[in-house]
Design a protein around this ligand. Sequence first.
Ligand SMILES: [Zn+2]
Length: 96
Amino acid sequence: MDLMLLLGLIAMGGTFYAMRFWDKRHANPDWLRLPNRAEYLDAHPDCATGDELGARCCACGSDKVVGHPQTGWPDHRYRHTCLACGKVLFRTQEPR
Ligand SMILES: [Zn+2]
């Protein structure tokens, strides 16, 4: 019985490790390649809006920019995408 419990814990640990590894290897670098909001606005000063957390799309000028989590499971990393043209614009992290 104790052995089963131990094996169960090892399997769970392995799963968590694999998820973290996958995240580091695939999801995070992809997300880190995006500029953060300050860098995005530095590169495209005309995209600034009155909205503290928003910005305009640098490709088509639309202000319909929405943020959604980087991965499916609860994630504090958001990527902001233009709804009009589909361009991925910048990243934010909430809460920081
Ligand atoms: Zn756009």
